[in-house]
Design a protein around this ligand. Sequence first.
Ligand SMILES: CC(=O)SCCNC(=O)CCNC(=O)[C@H](O)C(C)(C)COP(=O)(O)OP(=O)(O)OC[C@H]1O[C@@H](n2cnc3c(N)ncnc32)[C@H](O)[C@@H]1OP(=O)(O)O
Ligand SMILES: CC(C)C(=O)C(=O)O
Length: 531
Amino acid sequence: MSEAPASPAAAPVSAVPVSDRDRVIIFDTTLRDGEQCPGASMTFEEKLEVAELLDEMGVDVIEAGFPIASIGDFESVAEIARRTKRATIAGLSRAALNDIDRCAEAVRHARRGRIHTFLSTSPVHMKYKLQKEPHEVLEMVVASVTRARNHVEDVEWSSEDGTRTEIDFLCRCVEAAIKAGATTINIPDTVGYTTPGEYEALFRTVRERVPNSDKAIFSVHCHDDLGMAVANSLAGLAGGARQIECTVNGIGERAGNAALEELVMAIETRSDVLPYRTGVNTKMLTRASKLVSAVTSFPVQYNKAIVGRNAFAHESGIHQDGMLKHTQTYEIMTPESVGVSKTSLVMGKHSGRAAFRDKLKTMGYELGENALNDAFARFKDLADRKKVVYDEDIEALVDQGIAAAHDRIKLISLSVIAGTRGPQRATMKLEVDGQVKTEEAEGNGPVDATFNAIKALVPHTVKLDLYQVHAVTEGTDAQAEVSVRLEENGKAVTARSADPDTLVASAQAYITALNKLQMKRQSVNPQSAVG
Ligand SMILES: CC(=O)SCCNC(=O)CCNC(=O)[C@H](O)C(C)(C)COP(=O)(O)OP(=O)(O)OC[C@H]1O[C@@H](n2cnc3c(N)ncnc32)[C@H](O)[C@@H]1OP(=O)(O)O
Ligand SMILES: CC(C)C(=O)C(=O)O
């Protein structure tokens, strides 16, 4: 390798104007470090699509891949370099001349191309992985940065495992890299080991001790092994770093990298204590998250900050009530600011009356206080038995309630013995015109036994014309919706009922149909009785 030239850079080459001290460069490495996690490989076309979105979103630097890794990686970096309109395109390379040359070849078509070269500096990496002495590593730093600078102006050098590197040696490497022409110095927390206080102090120390540190922009690159990647990255900014390396959805080696969306929104939301700016259009964060999740097939955890599906969803009654009164009670940023159309108040067992009333209103129901309380009690009962209560479930229970207010026959209880050893047996208790009656009946199957019990309690001659069951929503706990059509003298009535128990829904639908028939008969002959 050749000798280092005299300091070729008078001022740092930057992806943004260096005069703006609070502007943080967002360096996205979804396509390189993000893709390194097992199972996250993306195709050529998928990478182009992600890069296009990142560029449109306002990311400053896109690390598009590791060109020496494969022909595919080389080609995708080169094509992204050709197509990207705004962002700087970086490629990664080891401290090896052919890696650097290959990387240069890939990024040369970019409007702004960067070679990112790295070398381990920690004792454990130098001794066991590289099997090199520190003085050899120092020579490789100089040679690799020099080689990269022969190709491009914008060179980033990373001290792999920087947070476990002995500080004097780290400072010597950083100084040598800047002297050789590195314009960005990245000190990665490769194994997610550091803490915020420690990482901030590390940047302060290096920047103070390295005489030419003002000639480069310092960068953070944090992994999430201890769940501190975002906190550590922000601490690095406090220590003077002005570039953050991160990935969409935080994907990356092992536990992943610092999540881009979390960093950007932390800076956006807490500008009072994080006095920085990024160029990212936050309204595109959700789109980016969905795209990366789709192309990698990595699901986003429900409670993931910013882009998880629960990030702007509220189920508990007290929170929903607060949200309906003022959204700032439980939301520190608006869903619109990250590209989510609106907050969702999810109806479930923890919901209260305020949200239930609001939900009914949006569904077009205007119930009086008694009817509302009645429907709410039935909703709570359903929510106790069912994981998710959908709008269709609420609609079914409200409709059922409205019909039940006029009923002469009411179901009090039903128990059915079913199974392989028939005959099936149903025991049913009904209230008929205010009188409670119980009956047990057998049948050819549990539904037949149930309907026979109704016939025994309310003797009638009407014909069952149709019996149909379907699931209202999804899952094994979904409500069954049963439709029953009864026919009498050429007149038919249809009734529907929904319940997580198919037999209860069946009995209820049949009884509702009988009640409807009764109402029909009464409208013709007010003296007629059921049956
Ligand atoms: C912290 C990070 O994320 S670093 C980036 C990690 N990403 C990747 O490794 C993904 C892409 N990698 C690859 O496709 C392959 O590993 C390649 C093409 C780079 C190299 O493949 P191979 O030549 O078969 O080497 P292999 O991967 O087995 O071993 C890595 C070699 O690089 C050396 N090496 C590791 N880092 C560096 C470095 N920064 N500079 C120079 N050499 C290095 C290792 O010491 C080892 O050398 P050795 O073979 O003499 O022992
Ligand atoms: C190559 C460097 C920047 C890296 O990915 C790491 O140290 O985690």
